[in-house]
Design a binder for this molecule. Sequence first.
Ligand code: FES
Length: 78
Amino acid sequence: MPDVLLDGRTLRVTEGTSVAAALALAGDGCTRTSVSGQRRAPLCGMGICQECRVTIDGRRRLACQTLCREGMHVETHP
Ligand code: FES
């Protein structure tokens, strides 16, 4: 069961949990803030809409297409 760091909070998830699911488990499920200041969250869950972009270990990734790994750092407020 990997431990991931979500905006500074540690969360233990089961193997195979996507980052999008981990964010939903940890709180409101939001992944980023739009240029107009609105919080955004995953929409399609299959890599199409790009609404789930987050920063994972310093790189922009799709939360719905990325599985949690031990020690992963996820930021929704880069
Ligand atoms: S939720 Fe649409 S690309 Fe991830």
